[in-house]
Design a protein around this ligand. Structure first.
Ligand code: SF4
Ligand code: FES
Length: 174
């Protein structure tokens, strides 16, 4: 990613069915979006998000898998998408809609996935980030503490034994 892209706070992509928001500074580059919807998300293309390349429902499901919360969506008034299927963790207003407990999931040989509402504070108690989903580094190899930047995968960090209960999504890099 170029420095100019890193400087962008948020970029918006929209059509009549869907609005997608991307926050480059919190993208952990796990490439989940690239794997699940490669025609929509392509880092080599400009713009890198092409909303016409898949159904809005597919894009919603893909964004619900973004581990860092760097991708979000909302439905514009013109959308025909079922609003109930578009209320996952990637929904822009997910946080305001939740009264449930925070969930933390340990990803095999990877980060801690925290689903919230979440506020992350630095060592001085200053707010670092606020959102609904974050991937926190568990390996200590990230250069973006406390967030995972996928260095666990690049550096082959292995601490968890292989388990039959490990889900397919956990086996992929996040
Ligand atoms: S963190 Fe989200 S936006 Fe960044 S590459 Fe992964 S899935 Fe895509
Ligand atoms: S867990 Fe991903 S960089 Fe540490």
């Amino acid at each position: 990613m170029s420095d100019s892209v890193k400087d962008i706070q948020m970029k918006e992509y929209r059509n009549e069915q869907l609005v997608v928001y991307w926050y480059p500074k919190i993208c952990s580059h796990s490439a989940k979006c690239l794997k699940l919807s490669p025609k929509v998300f392509d880092m080599e293309r400009r713009p890198w998000i092409e909303l016409e390349a898949a159904t809005p429902e597919e894009i919603v499901r893909t964004i619900d898998h973004c581990p860092s919360g760097a991708l979000k969506y909302s439905l514009p008034p013109s959308s025909n998408v079922d609003p109930d299927m578009a209320k996952g963790v990637g929904w822009l207003n997910y946080q305001q809609n939740q009264t449930v407990a925070v969930k933390i999931r340990v990803v095999a040989n990877g980060p801690l996935l925290v689903e919230g509402p979440i506020i992350i504070e630095d060592v001085d108690g200053q707010k670092l980030k606020q959102g609904s989903r974050f991937a926190l580094c568990r390996c200590g190899l990230t250069s973006d503490r406390p967030f995972c930047n996928n260095n666990h995968s690049r550096q082959g960090w292995q601490v968890d034994r292989k388990s039959n209960s490990t889900s397919d999504s956990d086996k992929q890099n996040v």
